[in-house]
Every structure is written in C-alpha cells, then in structure tokens.
Design a protein around this ligand. Structure first.
Ligand code: NDP
Length: 444
C-alpha cells in the first residue's frame, strides 16, 4: 500500500466519528501524492505524514456560565494547536452549535497549509465551542466569553498561539475575550486578532477575507483571459466573508445577485444592495427575510437554492459542505466559469472533481480565503511594532499577498504537471514549506 493510503487509513481508524477531518486529510494527502512519491523513503523514515496529521496538542475544556435567568449553562470549549513548524499557532474560534472536535480538527488541519501559503510566519490552529451566540443577550455572550477565556488563556500568547474570529465570533466576542485575557494575565499584547481599532486592531481586517477572495479570483480569471468586470456572481452566506466579497465584487464592476443564510436565500436581479445587507446582518442581526423591505424587486426563498441561479462565478462563503455534486452540475449546466471558495471546504470532493472535469476554474478555500489570516498576521506585526498602518497600506499588502498566493499555487501545479489544477497547486505549495521546516527541526 502506498504511504499516502496507509496514513489516510490510520487517520480514519484513529479518529472515529470525525468525517470532516477525514475529508480534509484525504483531500490534502491525495493531492500531495506526487510530492510524497518523489520523497517517499525520507518521509516514511521521518514519519512526516503521521506527524502532520496529528495535532501537536488538542485541548477540550468545560465552559460554565450563567444565563439571564440565573441558570448555569455548560458548553464545551476546544483549541487544537495543530502545527507550529513555521510560526505560532494561528486560526479562528468558531462559536456554533455544530462545533465538535472533528470540525475543529478539519479546520486546524486546513489552516496549516493556508497559513503557509500566505508566505507569513504563522503555524496552524483552530478552536471554538458549541455555544450559540444567536439569540443571547450581550451579557450572556460576555459571560460565556469570559469563562471560555479563563481556561484558554493558560495556553495562548502573542508568541505561542493567537486566535481570531470565525463563524459566530465577531468584533463583540473578540472584545470580551481580549478584555478577560488582559485582566487575568496582566498583559496588553496581541494575543487575539480581529480586535477593535481602538485597542490594537488593524484596518482592513474586517474586510480582508472577502476582499482577498476577490483579489485572488480576479487574478485567476485574468491569467485565464477572463475579465471580472461585467460578470454575474452568485454568493452564499451573508456573514463577514459574504458581505465584503459582495462589496469588492461590485467595486470591480461585477454584479452579485444572491446571498443566503441558514434559513433561506435572496435573489436580487438588480445586484445585491450591500449597504442594506450590512444593516440587516451587522446592525439589526436579523434574518434575510428583511431584505425585501429594502429592495421590493428581490425574491426571498426558504431553504437552499443559491446555486440554481445562472451565474458566471460562484463564491461559496457560508460553511463547509454547502456546494454539493447536484449544485456543481447545475452550475456547469448554467455556464459557470469559475468557483472560488470564501468559506472553508464549502465544496464536497465529488463536486470539486465534477467542476474541474468540466473545466470550471476552481480556487480552494485554503488559498482563496487566506486574506483573513494574512491580515491577522499583519495585525500581529503592527501590534509588535506598536504602530498602526493606514487602510491603503494594509489593503496594498493584502492585494500583493493574494496575487502571490495565486502565482505560487499556479507554479506548484505546473511543476508537478497539473497545470490549472489549483487544488493540487495549493496543497503542494502550502505543504512544501511546512515539510521543509519540520524536517529541519528534527523529531519534535
Ligand atoms: P459569519 O458567522 O459571519 O457568517 C456565516 C454565514 O454563513 C451566515 O450568513 C450564516 O447564516 C451562514 N451559515 C452558517 N452556517 C450555515 C449552515 N450550516 N447552513 C447555511 N448557512 C450557514 O461567518 P464568516 O463569514 O466569518 O465565515 C464564513 C466561512 O468563511 C466559514 O467557513 C469560515 O470558516 C470561513 N472563513 C472566515 C474567515 C473570516 O475572516 N471571517 C477567514 C477564512 C475563512 P446565519 O446568519 O443564518 O447563521
């Protein structure tokens, strides 16, 4: 049996009931086959793959807090410190009822390669909890965040592990987490990113993932002779990534016609009104049903359906496994030219393969959504320097990083004879740097 197959088998056997983690490991290791085969003897002797699929450390802890009725509630907190070969662990905290260890491990594993692709010195980690901030009062969210940080603060620090936001963890949550860290540790340091601008946050961090997604998509299209201006775009999600992806797409002259949330989706033939979307989601924290009040020409549909709309470009920006094989078939039938993942692993493996087989340009999330973590790393640099850069400075660096990421993965794909396969390119380009660093650091 090949080394890759052996390790995939071990991961499935040793991590039962973690299907998302198995999926992420399979996707990455399958595409690393050519690199692994070229170095099989050394990698086997060094157990490189066994080491890379095993987190350096995984923490699971109790998070007790008191709700507004005086009832004590208990959630589970996680932090998976996956790989520190190229820098301190870095990755977001997800607060969503679906969170379990397998989800955090899949995200942490992906984060290793994403962070490597940015070219910045950051290792891979991820964390979160099954706590649902939806429907909770600010005081309840604060109580949860303080309890979560009371435990987490023992294991993180500006030079060891720097968490950030993710689904359910926005500016409010980061503020409460930072406040509690500072209080317990007595340290004012850049231990979290995505902070408010008055206490060490970076300009552009809020917009970074969505903007970065569009910078990379534009470059990928341009290198394939396609101009993004005038194209119709379908976006899923209506959160941080989706909102700023829509904003940048419109600034680039494209028309975004859909957004969605966990209950339904909106089709706006005149182009999504980003200001209205921001008010509904960021200010009112309301459902997308409200959108029709702002744009009477739009349609609201319950359930899923974003990918049934005719579009040139599809940008899944909600969550994992939200673009299925049947959706891929629909996109291809509708003449879709490109799919770029704003979310982490939103496209199932069979859907990805179908899109690629049908010549749809496909940019995987670990490259396409790396703008968020890249800008987080820029926030860390500013914190260490005790300086704040202007919006233009950070935005220019973000653009450079995204364009470089695209060329790195494009080059890696070509080097191994997989021209145009950006999934293989991203995994190889991300892996090479981490592998070299791990081998150089000995058996640790
Ligand atoms: P948000 O919480 O801001 O938004 C998530 C959006 O997706 C919401 O509209 C939410 O709907 C929808 N959604 C969540 N879960 C589901 C589900 N099970 N089915 C359908 N819709 C769902 O998160 P972000 O925008 O920050 O993150 C979106 C994705 O991007 C995630 O995969 C995240 O890991 C990834 N990502 C985020 C980065 C960042 O900087 N924020 C960086 C890199 C990746 P509702 O409001 O109804 O819950």
């Amino acid at each position: 049996m090949s080394y890759v197959d052996e390790v995939i088998e071990q991961v499935v056997a040793q991590n039962p009931a973690e299907p998302e983690f198995h999926q992420a490991v399979k996707e990455v290791l399958e595409s690393l086959r050519p690199v692994v085969e070229a170095n099989e003897e050394r990698y086997r002797r060094e157990a490189l793959l066994e080491r890379i699929v095993n987190p350096e450390r995984q923490l699971k802890f109790r998070v007790p807090w008191v709700d507004d009725k005086g009832q004590v509630r208990v959630n589970t907190g996680y932090r998976v410190q996956f790989n520190s070969a190229i820098g301190p662990y870095k990755g977001g905290l997800r607060l969503h009822p679906s969170v379990n260890l397998g989800i955090i491990k899949f995200l942490g594993f992906e984060q290793i390669f994403k962070n490597s692709l940015t070219g910045l010195p950051i290792g891979g980690g991820k964390g979160g909890s099954d706590f649902d901030p939806k429907g909770k009062s600010d005081r309840e969210v604060m109580a949860f965040c303080q309890s979560f940080m009371t435990e987490l603060c023992k294991y993180i620090g500006a030079d060891t592990d720097v968490p950030a936001g993710d689904i359910g963890t926005g500016a409010r949550e980061i503020g409460y987490l930072f406040g509690q860290y500072k209080r317990i540790k007595g340290l004012y340091e850049g231990v979290l990113t995505g902070k408010g601008l008055t206490y060490g946050g970076s300009l552009v961090r809020t917009e970074a993932t969505g903007y970065g997604l569009l910078y990379l998509t534009k470059e990928m299209l341009a290198c394939n002779g396609i101009d993004i201006a005038g194209k119709t775009i379908a976006i899923s999600g209506a959160g941080n990534v989706a909102i700023y992806a829509a904003q940048k797409a419109e600034q680039m002259g494209a028309k975004v016609v859909t957004v969605s949330d966990s209950t339904g989706w909106v089709y706006d033939p005149d182009g999504i009104d980003v200001a209205a979307l921001k008010e509904i989601k960021e200010v009112k924290r309301a459902r997308l049903t409200e959108y029709k009040n702002y744009r009477p020409n739009s349609e609201y549909h319950e359930g899923r359906g974003v990918w049934s709309v005719k579009c040139d470009i599809a940008l899944p920006c909600a969550t994992q496994n939200e673009l299925l094989l049947e959706d891929a078939k629909q996109l291809v039938a509708n003449g879709c030219l490109a799919v770029a993942e704003g979310a982490n692993m939103p496209t199932t493996m069979d859907a990805t393969e179908y899109l690629q087989a049908n010549k749809v340009l496909f940019a995987p999330g670990k490259a396409a959504n790396a703008g968020g973590v890249a800008t987080s790393a820029l926030e860390m640099s500013q914190n260490s320097e005790r300086l704040s850069w202007t919006f233009q400075e950070v935005d220019a660096k973000l653009q450079d990083i995204m364009v470089n990421i695209f060329h790195n993965l494009d080059d890696a794909a070509k080097r191994y004879g997989f021209e145009g396969n950006y999934v293989v390119g991203a995994n190889i380009a991300g892996f090479e740097k981490v592998a070299e660093a791990m081998l150089a650091q000995g058996v640790v």
